[in-house]
Design a binder for this molecule. Structure first.
Ligand SMILES: [Zn+2]
Ligand SMILES: [Zn+2]
Length: 645
């Protein structure tokens, strides 16, 4: 018998050679129907693979990332089988799972696939899936593997085989299709119940433009039809919320090929919104004892050699800026931390001076591959709401508590109400991988765990996920349509204080190293605004939105009164515009709704005579007539209420 430890800590005994599927079956039949693969001692295995020793086993379903990717990877084999049946002679490159679904790169030998062909491929896949064919694993010699694909004349698999070692090669076969693959896979094809081809695109073999252009077929599958339906609804909703589309419609930001890919241009409304976010955080930071600093966009190469960033980013990033001086090189800064370390060093520090909190909205530059760029979420230049806290080891917990408060304040102000936090600790079995003393790690890890608990955060703890230089706390928010985004991070660092030889004089009159904490509640303004746009579908909270009101005169006769109304409201710090176009009031209302402006003030003869405005609220309709001052109070109270804790 062997002992199997399940994630809840329970230990069960099974006969040697049991499989994850049998373990699932011993728990419940329903579970067994959903088990796609298993994590055995940290490694993902086929659910049907025999387990011969005491092990920790996690059963994987569609609720797990690895479960999903096993289904999708297996579905790529199924799609390949369908494609081969429909287009004999097709050659196959690679077919990996991706974040949502999978693709297969194929060479159709001159034939093409279009949207019109999707249905027949989907039908074939479902037909094959229903056969319930097992994914059979077999070990093959390199010579036999080469022979097999030579007969098939599949030069891509032969190319892949070249890089593999003999004795380490496995084939998987399901139905009539055999693929070169390491696995793991789902037990059989009947788990695949719903299929959707999403897209076709061109892709160079091995991503190299000197190679042949293959056809990349994207698809997604699910174990239930309903999951596919839900996914397609979500996709539709996500399309409507796409920040690239809304950013253009709301005139927030733009990109220009001439300026360069991945370098966002903030338009007046977007820049003002950005500025409001900055001021909002700055105000809170000042209350919390942060000291603003400002540093340049470039730094000498030596700075980044000291910090270690040169080693990390040097070759794969923007190349150095040279000067007329031989050998002098500057880099665009990839991080603000090295500059802040140098600011720390400008004067001697005592234990009484700590903690010191330097804050800067610092713009950094990192070279991302063109194919990786995406709207504002993946850019080459972005501004971090960065701060570095230099403290004594015994102050880490208090600082963590304060930073968590700040992050929660930000989330509340922006309606991110559903979030979790991940605590990343070091791997206790591999302590040598990490820099910093055991004592300090223990202190910092306890500080993160305790402060998260005190603040009532929903947390997951991940062992071995800490950086080599310190443990961290990351916030994941769920947006309005259930997608998860990583925002905000708090990171302990023992490395940079060491590299920069930072010191303070302790109460013992001796020199000590401070602990450094990096933190950014937004992460970067670009990414944060992108997530925010998609979360609120462009309907920003009232305090942040570009235009809070639009004054709509019902005819040109009342344009002057409309302008007066706006001016008066400006005095109450309310911003907006007058729609004085020569259009019917109905059209003005519809257009204002499209611009997602929260309040419309309609003015005509009666309003002018009574010094009033008729108010319509976005999504709620008519609110009635108000004096200018009463309306100003409504808006300002609505904003204030949000910031009361
Ligand atoms: Zn495979
Ligand atoms: Zn930093």
């Amino acid at each position: 018998m062997i002992k199997i430890t399940l994630p809840d800590g329970s230990v069960r005994e099974y006969a040697k050679g049991t499989t994850a599927l049998q373990i699932a079956l011993s728990i419940s039949e329903g579970l067994a129907r959903n088990v796609l693969a298993a994590k055995v001692n940290g490694e993902v295995w086929d659910a049907t693979r025999a387990i011969h020793a005491d092990s920790k086993v996690v059963l994987l379903t569609m609720n797990d990332v690895e479960g999903k990717s096993t289904l999708w990877h297996s579905s790529a084999h199924l799609m390949a089988e369908a494609l081969e049946a429909i287009y004999p002679g097709t050659k196959f490159g690679i077919g990996p799972p991706i974040e949502n679904g999978f693709y297969y790169d194929i060479d159709l030998g001159g034939k093409t696939i279009s949207q019109d062909d999707f249905k027949k491929i989907e039908d074939k896949m479902l037909e094959l899936a229903r056969q319930g064919n097992e994914y059979k694993r077999s070990e093959v010699s390199k010579a036999d593997a080469i022979q097999y694909f030579k007969e098939k004349a599949d030069e891509y698999k032969l190319d892949l085989l070249e890089g593999l070692e003999d004795g380490n090669i496995t084939f998987y076969q399901q139905g009539n299709f055999t693929d070169l693959c390491r696995g793991p896979h789902i037990p059989n094809t009947s788990f695949i119940k719903a299929v959707k081809l999403m897209n076709v695109a061109g892709a160079y073999w091995r991503g190299d433009e000197k190679n042949k252009m293959l056809t990349r077929v994207y698809a997604i599958t699910f174990t239930k039809q309903k999951d596919l339906t839900d996914y397609l609804v979500l996709l539709e909703e996500a399309k409507k919320r796409d920040h690239r589309k809304l950013g253009k419609e709301l005139e927030l930001f733009a990109f220009s090929e001439k300026v360069g890919m991945g370098l966002p241009l903030w338009l007046p409304k977007g820049a003002a919104l950005r500025e409001r976010l900055i001021q909002f955080l700055q105000k809170q930071q000042l209350k919390n004892g942060y000291l603003p600093v400002a540093t340049p966009h470039i730094g000498n190469k030596n700075l980044y050699i000291t910090s270690g960033h040169y080693e990390k980013y040097g070759a794969d990033s923007f190349q150095p800026i040279r000067t007329p001086h031989e050998g002098e090189e500057f880099f665009l800064k990839p991080m603000n931390c090295p500059h802040h370390c140098e600011i720390y060093k400008t004067s001697p520090r005592s234990y009484k001076d700590l903690p010191i909190r330097f804050a800067e909205f610092g713009t950094v530059y990192r070279y991302e591959q063109a194919g990786e760029l995406h709207g504002l979420t993946r850019v080459r230049g972005f501004t971090q709401d960065d701060a570095h806290l230099f403290c004594r080891p015994d102050q880490v917990k208090e600082e963590f508590c304060k930073v968590i408060d700040l992050v929660l304040y930000v989330f509340k102000a922006l309606d991110f109400n559903d979030f979790t936090a991940q605590i990343s600790l070091r791997d206790p079995e591999n302590k040598t991988k990490y820099i910093g003393s055991d004592e300090n790690w223990a202190l910092a890890e306890a500080a993160i765990i305790e402060s998260s608990a005190e603040k009532g955060l929903k947390t997951v703890v991940e062992l071995g996920e800490a950086a080599f230089y310190g443990p961290k706390l990351d916030f994941m928010v769920k947006d309005a349509i259930g997608r998860k985004w990583q925002l905000g991070t708090i990171q302990v660092d023992y490395n940079l204080p060491e590299r920069f030889e930072l010191e303070y004089t302790g109460s013992d009159n001796m020199k000590h190293r401070p602990v450094m904490i990096h933190r950014a509640p937004f992460g970067s303004l670009e990414r944060f605004i992108a997530v925010l746009i998609e979360h609120c579908a462009g309907k920003f909270p009232l305090w942040l939105t570009p235009d809070q009101i639009s004054v709509l005169p019902i005819s040109e006769k009342y344009n002057d009164y409309a302008k007066k109304v706006l001016e008066l409201l400006n005095n109450y710090d309310i911003r907006g515009l007058v729609d004085d176009r020569n259009e019917k009031i109905g059209k003005k209302i519809r257009d204002t709704e499209l611009q997602k402006i929260p309040y419309m003030l309609i003015v005509g003869e009666k309003e002018e005579a009574d010094n009033m405005v008729s108010v319509r609220k976005q999504g709620e309709g008519d609110l009635g007539s108000f004096s200018i001052q009463d309306f100003a109070n409504i808006i300002n109270t609505e904003i204030e209420n949000r910031f009361i804790k």
